[in-house]
Design a protein around this ligand. Structure first.
Ligand code: MG
Length: 253
């Protein structure tokens, strides 16, 4: 019988990469996990998430979401999206998570009403604390740190990539939760944001939980996980296709 020959895919006679226990081109280093990619969304239809995504909303149920008082989410569900029901309050996920890649899509109301912060206002709150603004900023000036994609009250986005009212916009985030040791902040939250494929923030350090008309900080310690929250700001904003991928091992070499 022919002896099985193990095919070498790398090297073991090369230097060790500083900060790791692996040789340069080490063939024994663990292979990246296989993930089947999803499909892109279009205006008519939401796409499909990658194979290892945890789906928070696929258009069929609000079962993964809760009201402010932890009852069933009171927003409207129709035609594969959810829509804010003004006055019912924010909703948040049953699940808590920290470091993640998150995808969601939103559409501003097709019938334009109001201006500035009063037009198509909602928001995506990581850990129910850090708001990335959702607003109809298509030909609608407002204060820059309140623009769509702004880290509200802290940093304007690098670009205004909003589609027209009524059209679906695609948001992609990489969120890194803050770390504390007791009351001591070790590292702040970090975020990377793409809107419709356009980079808005790259590893931006968030200054603290979102506040209105005030500066913020990390004086109050927090866990490194929390629910995802969507804002009821009184406007008929729609959401669809919400999923995340936990970044297990993000800070491991
Ligand atoms: Mg908002």
């Amino acid at each position: 019988m022919a002896e099985e020959i193990k095919k070498s895919v790398g090297y073991s006679d090369t230097p060790i990469i500083p900060g790791s226990c692996w040789h340069v081109h080490d063939g024994n280093r663990p292979q990246p996990r296989v993930v089947t990619p999803g499909t892109a969304s279009c205006q008519e239809k939401a796409g499909l998430p990658p194979s290892d995504a945890i789906v928070l909303f696929d258009g069929s149920s609000l079962g993964n979401w809760l009201s402010n008082d932890n009852q069933s989410a009171p927003w409207k569900l129709e035609n594969g999206y959810m829509e804010v029901v003004p006055g019912t309050g924010n909703i948040h996920t049953r699940t808590e998570f920290g470091d993640c890649q998150l995808h969601l899509e939103f559409a501003s109301p097709e019938v334009v009403r109001g201006e500035g912060q009063g037009r198509g206002n909602s928001g995506v709150f990581f850990m129910r604390k850090f708001e990335i603004q959702v607003l109809d900023c298509y030909e609608n000036p407002t204060y820059p740190d309140g623009t769509t994609g702004g880290i509200y009250g802290q940093f304007p986005p690098l670009a205004n990539a909003c589609r027209k009212p009524g059209q679906w916009n695609s948001y992609d985030f990489v969120f890194i939760a803050p770390r504390f040791a007791g009351y001591q902040l070790l590292t702040p939250a970090y975020i990377t944001v793409f809107l419709n494929g356009v980079l808005l923030h790259h590893m931006r350090s968030i200054q603290g939980p979102t506040l209105h008309r005030a500066i913020t900080n990390y004086d109050v310690p927090m866990n490194s996980v929390g629910a995802l929250e969507l804002q009821d700001h009184g406007d008929l904003v729609r959401f669809r296709n919400i999923w995340y991928r936990p970044l297990y091992g993000y800070d491991q070499a």
